[in-house]
Design a protein around this ligand. Structure first.
Ligand code: PLP
Length: 428
């Protein structure tokens, strides 16, 4: 068992000055029954903790590090920009190039605005949809997470699922009153809700591949069905592609599944490891934003030049031919290895994968929504997590998160992961 004394010391110090010792709750490792590992540095597929232990990393900063950690192209772009200044609060050519790159990659996006997190992107997209339609309600799905703004913190995915907080104190009834929550992958429920109150619904926001209750792919016809219903009732369809954007295809889930939303929210990968989010879509909707339109939205550090050059450099790498085929191949290798490990150990598991994002649910049930995801044995996941950590493999510290493969993972890295999983499963 590797020594993690320095992490333990830092955690004690952290708890004195940071609530729970962490700046985002799931990092505290509470649901996996152990203490957080404090990181010191990272490169490629590897991270090193404060005690100098090395791990093969399958978290990738929760998604952004699709090229692996500290890729040279991104670092070089950032170094060049540092000497030119780190923030101006004024427009730059870099933002124009970034917007052009995003519009070229993502089918639904004609215009885009940059923000500093996924939370800001989804919050702003909801406001814009309400401003555009003049309606107040919106539909979200149980177990989908769209950041931590008040109206979206209802039945909201991993952090909350993991902590078991059904709806958080601090969100007023008023803020949540216009949020309608329906089961994921249940088109009939959406049709019924819209038949009842379609004229009051501004938007449907959906993770086109759910990634915050584990990984749950959309059922056949679900996304197209949402598209058709939105057209029929004049509802703005928002794909929250903060995880899936540039992950399941260059153009995200909308490219992969061939369904085009009205608005798209982006985050994680788009910042190349810096704090960035974005929302974009149809010109007629986006031009309702200030200063051309009446819907207000702003940000001091929005379009930050360091973050923009990092994101641009990353998107340039992802635009090269063969990248998504390679991610698919690596994802399939991981899936094959994990399936073999499950079979050899004879344990109950339901494995999902879309491209380079995967999830092992410890349940015998088919997972297609939050109710079925919640049948997972989270104690088993916790044991899996700890067993892997002891073998030098990092997984997300929650059953309800994705395992991410990136371009820096070699076949040997992936095989080391699935061989470690086979050992751990056989001892469960
Ligand atoms: C991570 C995430 C968010 C929130 O993004 P932050 O940058 O953490 O604010 C929103 N939507 C989805 C689908 C996410 O996975």
């Amino acid at each position: 068992m590797p020594d993690r004394n320095k992490s333990a010391e830092l955690f004690e110090a952290a708890k004195r000055v940071i609530p729970g010792g962490v700046n985002s709750p799931v990092r505290a490792f509470r649901s996996v029954g152990t203490e957080p590992v404090f990181y010191h540095h990272a490169k490629g597929s590897r991270v090193w903790d404060a005690d100098g232990n090395e791990y093969i990393d399958f978290v990738g900063s929760w998604g952004p590090m699709i090229l692996g950690h500290a890729p040279d192209t991104v670092l070089d772009a950032v170094r060049r920009q540092l000497d030119l200044g780190t923030s101006y609060g004024a427009p730059t050519e870099i933002e124009v190039r970034m917007a052009e790159a995003v519009a070229a990659a993502v089918p639904s996006i004609e215009m885009v605005r940059m923000v500093s997190s996924g939370t800001e992107a989804t919050m702003s997209a909801i406001r814009l949809a309400r401003g555009f339609t003049g309606r107040e309600k919106f539909i979200k799905f149980d177990g989908n997470y769209h950041g931590h703004s008040d109206a979206l913190l209802v039945a909201a995915g991993s952090g909350l699922l993991t902590l078991g907080i059904p709806s958080t104190p601090g969100v007023t009834k008023g803020a949540a009153a216009d949020t309608v929550v329906l089961p994921y992958n249940d088109l009939d429920a959406v049709a019924a809700a819209l038949a009842a109150e379609g004229g009051e619904v501004a938007a449907i926001i959906v993770e086109p591949v759910a990634g915050n209750m584990g990984v749950v792919p959309p059922a056949d016809g679900f996304l197209q069905g949402l598209r058709d219903l939105c057209d029929r009732y004049g509802v703005v369809l928002i794909f929250d592609e903060v995880i899936t954007g540039f992950r399941v295809a260059l153009g995200g889930a909308q490219e992969r599944y061939g369904v085009t939303p009205d608005l798209t929210t982006l985050g994680k990968i788009i910042g190349g490891g810096f704090p960035v989010g974005a929302f974009g879509g149809k010109r007629e909707i986006m031009e309702r934003l200030a200063p051309v339109g009446p819907v207000y939205q702003a940000g001091t550090l929005s379009g930050n030049p360091i973050a923009m050059v990092a994101g641009l450099a990353l998107l340039a790498e992802l635009s090269k031919p063969g990248v998504y085929e390679e991610l698919e191949r690596k994802g399939a290798r991981l899936e094959t290895g994990l399936r073999a490990a499950v079979e050899a150990a004879g344990i109950d598991a339901y494995l999902t994968r879309v491209g380079s994002m995967a999830c092992m649910f410890f349940t015998a049930e088919e997972v297609r929504d939050w109710t079925s995801a919640a049948t997972s044995d989270t104690e088993r996941y916790a044991a899996y997590f700890r067993g892997m950590l002891e073998r030098g493999i990092t997984l997300a510290p929650s059953q309800f998160e994705a395992t991410f493969v990136g371009l820096a993972h070699t076949d040997d890295d992936i095989d080391a992961m699935t061989e470690a999983a086979a050992e751990v499963f056989s001892a469960l």
